[in-house]
Design a protein around this ligand. Structure first.
Ligand SMILES: [Zn+2]
Length: 481
């Protein structure tokens, strides 16, 4: 469909340049340049704003063409991203007491993530520049999204992922037709012929994140909220939002000042640590212990920029634990009908914490950005469904993780009454369930249940001269029965 027009490689880049998010060094635009040569931090694409208006005749993010780099009409790729609803919260509002609470629902994007805005821009620009392939290093959502948009553009995509990737995102990449390679660590290559490289901290990728803040401003009838709450990984979304806010306020000096709140998970929170310690740099964490891989970034490339953005807007950086994140996912689904992935629900978890700690006034206008859909992370969905229902056995079987035989189910039921030792279980199976198996078979089932984490073995006790090992259910086992 699209021809290769090498001439645009020379002409397209005149209206923007790269600027370091930390030391302000500037560079001519070059798609291979991702980080600052001098300080190693992320680069920002400086684009001249021509208009904050929405161009209704355009599709997707191109409705906000006035803040984006220019791309020739025939190269603009879109799957209808952007224009996500800004939902006025009705029921979380009641719970928090915040009178004017809004949820920006990015779960409805074409591949279920706010990064679709970014892929639309990235793929269009590289198509305009004449590239034929894209190589992406991704923790998940970016790879899935680039895969979809490059399919649309007829560009081949290779995605490198780590073994910890969320299953739903891996399925997406494969089915969109990307070639997926699993690696332990990313070693970025440069200079591959006709190949554009996309990374999580890419200047072009980050540029399109601005459209969320502009969209919110327009959806609120050219008003800004008192607070905007965002998840933080690399820090790019916080920095993009900050830049957009500055631009909106420059052109509309009377609008209110928005405080930025950045939320990280306890498992990996270098930016929050720097904020709390009052540092003006971000100490990298040795490794991520985070369960939420898409935002667990031990050494964020926009960490310092995000930290400054939060301080300058008099905002807050806050961390939440897994329990608070799971609570937020449940609440968002039950009270507002929005199914978010863990990273996507960080903003709600952060909001609940800051309301509890009375950091946010209840008469403020607050916008929480929910960045990605829950269906991308079947593991977490399963865990939550386990806790919330009594369909444990069915869920285990349908998800194909573990085929529970009737004997194992009966053993779990017996142990849900009280702890037992091997002989008691054997006897219980026979008397209560009519299951006649040999004692070694009972132990084999028990070992398998221990291995799967449903049953635990207690300390051996000697009773009337006989040594006995007692078995009981773990929390996971209890959830199952
Ligand atoms: Zn720099």
């Amino acid at each position: 469909m699209y021809k290769y027009y090498p001439i645009y490689r020379l002409t397209i880049m005149s209206d923007y340049f790269l600027k370091c998010s930390k030391c302000n060094s500037t560079y001519a635009f070059n798609i291979e340049r991702k980080l600052c040569n001098k300080c190693g931090q992320g680069l920002w694409l400086e684009v001249k704003t021509t208009s904050l208006d929405k161009y209704d005749e355009e599709q997707g993010i191109w409705k906000y063409g006035g803040i984006l780099p220019s791309v020739r009409k025939e190269f603009k790729i879109s799957l209808g991203e952007g224009e996500s609803p800004l939902q006025k919260s009705l029921r979380i509002r009641e719970k928090t007491g915040i009178s004017d609470l809004w949820i920006k629902d990015e779960t409805i994007e074409p591949t279920g993530s706010y990064l679709d805005r970014c892929s639309a821009l990235f793929v269009s620009v590289v198509l305009n520049m004449g590239y034929e392939k894209i190589l992406t290093y991704s923790t998940g959502n970016l790879g899935a999204s680039i895969a979809a948009y490059s399919s649309r553009a007829g560009i081949k995509t290779h995605v490198q992922v780590r073994p910890t990737i969320d299953l739903g995102k891996l399925y997406q990449m494969i089915i969109y037709g990307a070639e997926v390679k699993v690696v332990e660590t990313f070693k970025e290559k440069k200079g591959i012929k006709n190949t554009a490289i996309a990374v999580e901290y890419d200047p072009l990728i980050n540029e399109a994140k601005k459209t969320i803040m502009l969209e919110i401003f327009l959806q609120l009838n050219r008003r800004l909220p008192d607070y905007i709450i965002l998840p933080m990984g690399e820090g790019g979304l916080v920095y993009a939002t900050y830049n957009m806010l500055k631009e909106i306020r420059r052109l509309n000096p009377t609008v209110c000042k928005t405080r930025i709140v950045g939320v990280q998970s306890e498992g990996c929170k270098p930016i929050v640590n720097a904020f709390e310690k009052g540092l003006d740099f971000v100490e990298p964490e040795a490794e991520s212990k985070g369960r939420i891989f898409d935002v667990s970034v031990p050494n964020p490339k926009f960490g310092i920029a995000a930290l400054r953005a939060i301080r300058e807007t008099e905002g807050v950086a806050v961390s939440v634990n897994d329990r608070e994140i799971f609570e937020a996912i449940s609440l968002l689904a039950e009270k507002e009908g929005i199914l978010a992935e863990p990273a996507g629900s960080l903003s709600i978890a952060g909001l609940l914490k800051l309301v509890r700690e009375e950091v946010i006034d209840r008469d403020s206008t607050v916008v929480c950005v929910v960045t990605g859909s829950g269906l991308k992370d079947p593991k977490v969905m399963k865990e939550i469904a386990h806790r919330k229902s009594n369909l444990g056995v069915l869920i285990e079987e349908l998800s194909g993780d573990f085929k529970l035989s009737s004997t194992k189910t009966a053993i779990l039921r017996l142990l849900s009454e009280r702890e037992m030792y091997g002989y008691q279980i054997w006897k219980g199976l026979r008397e209560k369930y009519g299951i006649n198996v040999k004692i070694p078979t009972v132990y084999q089932h028990l070992n398998e249940l221990v291995e799967k984490g449903y049953v635990k073995k207690g300390e051996a006790r000697t009773i009337m001269g006989r040594r006995r090992e007692y078995y009981s259910l773990t929390e996971r086992g209890e959830a199952l029965v």
